[in-house]
Design a protein around this ligand. Structure first.
Ligand code: GDP
Ligand code: MG
Length: 441
């Protein structure tokens, strides 16, 4: 996605005359990319129309950075689309709130209920889980297992088949125990069918939740809008959680869910484990959707990972835009020191997934160490060069021999270097553009 948007913007900035036609072509290209990213057709069309209204062609023709202007306009529009204008109900610690989860079977409700409870528990809340899914065999066992693992009190039954009755009993029990976050997990069906919606309505009427959270699987593609709308029409959905953002999902469904429910996305699920749960943040999300890289996240990471005394130097290097092998070496040292989570590059598109795929941290560390051994066999001139062409066959062979690795290993490392250098120059360009626009981060 990022690639085709970048391409469209590149073509646009190469054009000498920016007229209606050039802008339209550029927006068409961006729209195609957004559609591929599962943003709903109607939303894309609206965005396109809005941008045509906002962008001033004269200013664009005169401006130095046409790309930046269009990119910023698309960015702002998408951010606006993710903001329904009012925040969702937010439970307060120490006060009893009932939160009901709804969504299709398999969307990740039960997992997300526990993640949500666990997230709050870590912040000192006293959450509790109620299993009102009597439809699926094994539903109570699953919730019980999750709850036991995270030491969260739970309520449910193997015998009772009436979800409304269990929901009410569970909520009453935990209210008496002064639990401040009572979470009701409901059943789902494979389809959006009448029986499911009727059951949801009854549970909602009986437990009077303060907040109803709609859980949606991010991989459902263009179906997102209709599904979200169907739930909103049956119960008073007040917030959305998007799950499975770790897979191949492209995330465009989030825009549909917000548009259909007029409710904000509050969290995203990024894996099966309890910790793989993040507060939803509009700007980084849109940056990633547009393939711009999470710029502010990148700066935060630098501050978090890089030792304080090295930060000014690193930022200076970023502003110069040159990414040398020596710089890569130093960053690898930081990464190894901080462990797999302390990764400067993890927020940037296309980096962490390849250099450090989740669950393969050990292999990644070994790979980084291997790269560093090869770099140890480089000359100072090589380490300080920004020109990959310097590395001709004889240099590559010398480095391989010197480090006891194969020529292929050295070439692989050089590919990795080129990839990171590209990301680095993208980040540098963003930093420069931000400075021109007087922004600080
Ligand atoms: P429910 O039927 O809506 O209650 O869905 P479950 O909570 O049982 O989840 C269905 C499947 O999706 C399970 O295998 C979960 O482990 C998995 N799952 C839930 N959330 C996520 C997520 O954020 N990422 C990934 N990769 N898997 C998830
Ligand atoms: Mg479930």
């Amino acid at each position: 996605l990022g690639g085709s948007i970048a391409r469209a913007l590149q073509q646009m900035s190469n054009a000498t005359i920016i007229d209606e036609k050039v802008l339209s072509e550029c927006l068409n290209e961006i729209s195609r990319a957004l559609l591929q990213s599962d943003v709903q057709f109607k939303l894309v069309r609206d965005m396109q129309a809005n941008i045509k209204r906002i962008v001033n062609l004269d200013e664009l023709a005169a401006g130095h950075n046409k790309r930046r202007i269009i990119q910023q306009a698309v960015f702002n529009e998408l951010c606006k689309m993710l903001d329904p204008g009012k925040p969702s109900f937010t439970p307060k610690k120490g006060k009893t709130s009932v939160v009901m989860f709804v969504g299709l079977q398999g969307s990740g409700k039960t997992t997300t209920c526990t993640k949500y409870a666990y997230y709050h528990q870590k912040k000192g809340w006293k959450p509790a889980l109620v299993c009102a899914d009597t439809f699926r065999a094994g539903a109570f066992d699953q919730l019980k297992q999750n709850a036991t693992k995270t030491k969260i009190p739970y309520y449910g039954s193997y015998m009772e088949s009436d979800p409304v009755k269990i929901a009410v009993e569970g909520v009453e029990t935990f209210k008496k125990e002064n639990r401040d976050l009572i979470i009701v997990d409901t059943s789902g069906r494979h389809k959006q069918e009448a029986a499911l919606f009727e059951e949801m309505r009854q549970v909602s009427e009986a437990t009077k939740p303060d907040l109803i959270i709609f859980v949606m699987d991010s991989s459902i593609g263009q179906a997102a809008f209709d599904q979200a709308q169907a739930f909103k029409q049956s119960v008073a959905v007040g917030a959305v959680i998007i799950t499975k953002m770790d897979g191949h999902a492209k995330g465009g469904g989030a825009l549909s869910a917000v548009a259909a429910t007029k409710s904000p996305v509050i969290f995203i699920g990024t894996g099966e484990h309890m910790e793989e749960f993040e507060v939803f943040d509009v700007k980084p999300f849109v940056s990633r959707l547009l393939g711009m890289g999470d710029w502010s996240g990148f700066m935060d990471k630098i501050h978090e990972v890089v030792p304080t005394d090295q930060q000014p130097e690193l930022l200076q290097k970023l502003s110069e835009g040159s990414f040398t092998l020596r710089l890569m070496y130093e960053q690898f040292q930081n990464i190894l020191k901080m462990g797999p989570i302390g990764q400067v590059f993890s927020m940037l598109p296309g980096s962490s997934s390849e250099l450090m795929p989740k669950g393969h941290e050990k292999e990644s560390q070994a790979k980084i160490k291997r790269y560093m051994t090869m770099m140890d066999s480089m000359t100072n001139a090589e380490l300080d060069s920004t020109n990959p062409k310097l590395f001709n066959d004889s240099r590559i062979m010398r480095i391989a021999r010197g480090s006891g690795r194969s020529v292929r290993d050295v070439m692989e490392m050089m590919e990795e270097y080129k990839r990171l250098a590209k990301i680095w120059s993208l980040a540098a360009a963003n930093a420069q553009a931000d400075r021109r626009h007087g922004r600080s981060s």
